[in-house]
Design a protein around this ligand. Sequence first.
Ligand code: ME8
Length: 532
Amino acid sequence: MSTQRDPFYVTSAIHYPNGEPHIGHAYEMVGADALARFMRLDGREVFFLTGTDEHGQKMAQAAEKLGLTPMELATRNSAAFKAMDDDVLNVSYDRFIRTTDEDHHRASQELWRRMEANGDIYLDRYAGWYSVRDERFFTEDETEVREDGQRYAVETGTEVTWTEEESYFFRLSAYTDRLLAFYEANPDFAGPRYRFNEVIRFVEQGLNDLSISRTSFDWGITVPAPAGGGAPSAHHVMYVWVDALTNYLTGVGFPDESSESFARFWPADVHVIGKDISRFHCIFWPAFLLSAGIELPRRVMIHGFLNNNGEKMSKSLGNVVAPAEWAARYGLDAVRFFLLREFSFGADGSYNHDAVVGRKNADLANNLGNLAQRSLSMAFKNCEAAVPVPGEPTDADRAILAQVDGLLEHARAAYAVQDFHGSLEETWRVLGEVNAYFADQAPWVLRKTDEERMRTVLYVTLQAVRRVALLVQPVMPDSATRLLDLLGVEPSGDAGRTNASNEGPRSFSAFVEDLVPGTALPKPVGVFPRHE
Ligand code: ME8
């Protein structure tokens, strides 16, 4: 009988397919994917949702400029985002949702009905500033007129336009106190703390009601007819963020709350999003759910922005890097490793060629690749191509393995708060210790003086490499798998992705197991090449 595994529901943001995906999108997907893979390997039943956010004025305008219908543009670029996940980044999502999917329309309308039934929606007129680029309303004092005579949003620097139309409103103001009480009771609801604090400070100033429908264009989900009868005086489509946030419910079966999937996976464990959309996820989203009587997600992880050499990426600066170009230049796993190792997920980060090559050569080729290749080659040549039979361990052997053994618990604590960087940093600190051990013990000298001791040192080193390889699978799935193959570690079969494309993950339950002496080893080949 199989025991039911503990569910874990993780989502990325859904991306606007008004253009092609860039490395910022890739960064988010790599983080969310590492988290999903980690939890699967650690025995959780994972559902990982990603997709594209296809409605709204930005999409409608972008399509018009290209002479396409919004649906044509969405379909074309949504495929580009999916191809990035499938063909470039090796992202192990379980569903790729499009907000134009039929079930998503039903889910969004049902959420709307519930908020309305709770008395939180009323009809009024909106008159104010709107940024199409940000799909966001701004009050006058959040904007400024610049030298060119145009008005811009101060926070995001995007142009705003005067918008005046009939609109439905959500009584967000009524949720100020409830949200603050919720944050207080759930200090880990959002992370990192400094970004959560920004949200809290904003709510403490008091919230205004939110315009949640538009009438000046029709590319969106139709607002359901008012429950009390009577039709609205204009054709309303939902404000794109109402429908966008609802994707997290649709993805697991809402509005069918009795569905097995919804019961199992809702509330979401982690929404992975970028810092520019923290208010939508930490304020609007919980308020909508409170209104609709739906449980709130457990956590929102707010990652920083990735810049190019310290500069913001933008089409006008011409420094937008295509993820596929990067993966082709450095190798996908080196890129994934760099993105999660170089800076902490919550902070902003910057990349440049030298930094990526530095990580690839020092951390991967030298510290991990060389150690693996040297210990495996020695075992292959001097121990009949098998895992060596160790003698009695010394204090040095026990001490180094104790450090390696501690890495799994460290990783669990780190991944619980999406601290991928912290986990990798500690893993590479210990790997440094293993390298020092290997150099001190000098098995190539022992080969001539004390063969049993040589075998023991090789066994201990391979044991350490094996545990490190197990732990880095979420970050570098292909390279880690190849290394585990070289170490003669059997795939566990039950820890794969749901829509499996790569075979052979080994679950963390194997972490405490030992290499079996005498297991045949294949001829070793380098897994982490140097960047020349
Ligand atoms: O905001 N570095 O979509 P989006 C890191 N559709 N992350 C970045 C980034 C960068 N340079 N640029 C963007 C949207 N991102 C909405 C989300 S969710 C219900 C709706 C991140 O395509 C950004 O913070 O503009 C967001 O999390 C994601 O990429 C999608 O951005």
